[in-house]
Design a protein around this ligand. Sequence first.
Ligand code: NI
Length: 236
Amino acid sequence: MFHQTEKIKIMLLKIPEILNQDQIAQAKDLLLKADWMDGNITAGYQSSQTKNNLQLPDNSEAGRLLGDMILQALAQSNLFMSAALPLKIFPPLFNCYQGGQAFGTHIDNAIRQVPGTPVKVRTDISMTLFISEPDEYEGGELIMEDTYGSHKVKLPAGDLVIYPSTSLHRVTPVTKGRRMASFFWLQSMVASDEKRALLFDMDMAIQALREKVQDSPEIVQLTGVYHNLLRQWAQT
Ligand code: NI
């Protein structure tokens, strides 16, 4: 089975059900009780001009608990691991848009320092994990631009979208209700979006082949090619 890779220049991949219903309920409960602040705490100069939302502070206990829950869930997802090939993941942040709040077109900062540590993460992949259900708010679409046009994303609670941090994106105004989500970044072992997309396509094709035919010397050979390309392209 091929997954929902969309054949567009940017590799935008939707990964359903990273969080289950219990985890979503727990996340909503903690976030509704949490202390939010102005979202410009993590914005660079350019994005601070267009960013208008709420965010949990770095030292938020709720944010740390939920962030750990998300990272553990991601580690169980083979699809995520294959598509992202993560080396370092920035601890998940949380935002909330309501009352017309939006985030205008921007590109995410290239380098993020993990708060309270010397660790720097190059942002190769941006991620949004939806915590509110789509029918809980109006607007609030995440829109990515590429040379083929723009792509609109609004997913069920618990679903994740990953896309290259090199792409221009924005969040349209939330005109009704409340949109809560987690957003974060990762540094991939493979910096190039194009090389990473090739490896992902190859991995998906090999897995699909393996379901169709018993292990064959050709599959072993293709699996070898996958690993040898990864060996050439990965930085650890
Ligand atoms: Ni962004």
